[in-house]
Design a protein around this ligand. Structure first.
Ligand code: HPA
Ligand code: ZN
Length: 349
C-alpha cells in the first residue's frame, strides 16, 4: 500500500562507505518519530492521535496525490518545532542521521518563519538550528550548512525580513536562501524582492521549481531570482529551451526521486527523467527531501539510481563531485578536502 519501496529484491548495492553529499533535505521532514513524541510530551502538545499511530500521521501513507498533500504531512511536525531546544535537537539529529548514512556534507534547509512566535524570534530559531548543526559537526565530523527557506504562502514582507536576517548570518553558518512550499497556489513573483536582497550577498540561491508546476517556473527562478540551483526542476524535461538554459548557465538540479513520487511530480519511478538529465550533461545532486516523511535516506536514493536507472558507481561518484562543486560552501579548502575524500573512492570501482 505504501508506495515507498522501489528497490528490487536482489539489488545492486552502492558501497556502504561511499562518501555522499546531501544538498536537499528539510528539517521539517526530518523529525524522528520518537523525538516527535518526546517533544510533544515535554511541551504538553495535545495530539489528535494515539501514540502508536504516529507513523500514519507523520509519514506518507500512499494516499497523498499532490505536493500540498505531502506538505500537510510535514506540517504536523510544526506543532513540536516551537522552541529553541526542539529546533536544536532536530537539526542535530538530522545531521546525525545523515552521518550514519555516510553523508559527509549536508545542507539542511528550514523555514524559520514557521517556527517563530512572540516568545521565539526568527533569529533565535536560526541560532537554535545552527547550534544543533555545529554540535553534530563537532561530534561526527560531518560538514554542515544551513539554508533558510522562505515559504511561497508567506507574506511578501515577511520573506523580505527573512532575507535581511539571512544576510546577517552569512558568516555564521547560513549558506543559502530557498523558496519552498505550495508551487501551484503561490507564484514566485510575490517574493522577487527577497531574492534581490540575497543577490547582493555571499549566500547561494536555490528555488523549488518545476516540481508541482511547469518548466516556466524553472526559467523564472534562473532568470529572475538568480538561482544557481533548482530544487527538483523535474518538469524541465518537457522544454528543450529550459534544458538548454540549465546547461548554458551551469545550473544544478537537486533531484529527490522518492519525494517526486510522493508528491505526484512523476507518475512512476520508471518515468523519472533523472537519467535523461544526467546523460544530457546537466549536473545533478541526489537528496532525500524529507527523509522521515518519505522513509528514505540518500543511500536509498543512490541505490535506486543504480538499480532502476542503470547508473554506474562511478557516475554516482560524479554526482557527489558535482554536489561539492555546486555546494554553497565558501571555504575552498573544505571543498577541496571533500572532493579528495570522494575521489579516493574511485579506486573501488
Ligand atoms: N517542495 C516544496 N516545499 C517543500 C518540499 C517540496 O518538495 N518539501 C518540504 N517543503
Ligand atoms: Zn524540498
Amino acid at each position: 500500500m505504501i508506495n515507498t519501496v522501489f528497490i528490487p529484491p536482489n539489488p545492486k548495492k552502492i558501497h556502504k562507505d561511499m562518501p555522499k553529499c546531501n544538498l536537499h533535505t528539510h528539517l521539517e521532514g526530518s523529525v524522528r518519530p520518537e523525538t516527535f513524541l518526546a517533544l510533544a510530551d515535554k511541551q504538553k502538545v495535545k495530539l489528535p492521535f494515539n501514540k502508536n499511530q504516529i507513523l500514519d500521521f507523520i509519514q506518507v501513507s500512499g494516499v497523498e496525490k499532490t505536493l500540498v498533500d505531502y506538505l500537510n504531512k510535514i506540517m504536523i511536525n510544526y506543532q513540536v518545532l516551537k522552541d529553541y531546544q526542539a529546533l536544536k535537537q532536530v537539526a542535530y539529529e538530522a545531521a546525525e542521521d545523515a552521518h550514519k548514512d555516510g553523508v559527509i556534507y549536508i545542507e539542511l534547509r528550514a523555514g524559520p518563519l514557521t517556527h517563530s512566535h512572540d516568545d521565539l524570534s526568527i533569529e533565535a530559531c536560526i541560532e537554535a538550528m545552527l547550534d544543533g548543526l555545529q554540535e553534530a559537526q563537532t561530534k561526527f565530523g560531518i560538514i554542515t550548512g544551513l539554508i533558510l527557506s522562505g515559504l511561497r504562502n508567506h507574506e511578501t514582507n515577511k520573506n523580505i525580513i527573512l532575507a535581511k536576517i539571512a544576510k546577517k548570518y552569512q558568516d555564521k553558518g547560513v549558506v543559502g536562501f530557498d523558496l519552498a512550499g505550495d508551487e501551484v497556489g503561490y507564484s514566485a513573483e510575490l517574493h522577487q524582492e527577497a531574492f534581490t536582497i540575497i543577490r547582493d550577498s555571499d549566500l547561494g540561491i536555490t528555488v523549488h521549481a518545476g516540481e508541482a508546476a511547469g518548466y516556466e517556473n524553472v526559467q523564472y527562478a534562473i532568470n529572475n531570482l538568480n538561482a544557481s540551483r533548482i530544487g527538483h526542476g523535474v518538469k524541465s524535461i518537457e522544454s528543450k529551451s529550459t534544458m538548454e538554459l540549465i546547461k548554458e548557465r551551469k545550473i544544478l538540479l537537486e533531484i529527490c526521486p522518492t519525494s517526486n513520487i510522493h508528491t505526484g511530480t512523476v507518475e512512476s519511478i520508471e518515468s523519472h527523467p533523472v537519467k535523461e538529465f544526467f546523460d544530457s550533461g546537466i549536473e545533478i545532486s541526489i537528496g532525500d527531501d524529507d527523509p522521515i516523511t518519505s522513509r528514505t535516506k540518500v543511500s536509498n536514493e543512490l541505490t535506486l539510481l543504480l538499480n532502476t536507472f542503470g547508473f554506474s558507481n562511478n557516475e554516482l561518484l560524479k554526482i557527489q563531485l558535482s554536489s561539492v562543486d555546486h555546494s554553497f560552501l565558501k571555504d575552498d579548502l573544505i571543498k577541496h578536502q571533500l572532493k579528495e575524500k570522494i575521489q579516493e573512492f574511485e579506486q573501488f570501482f
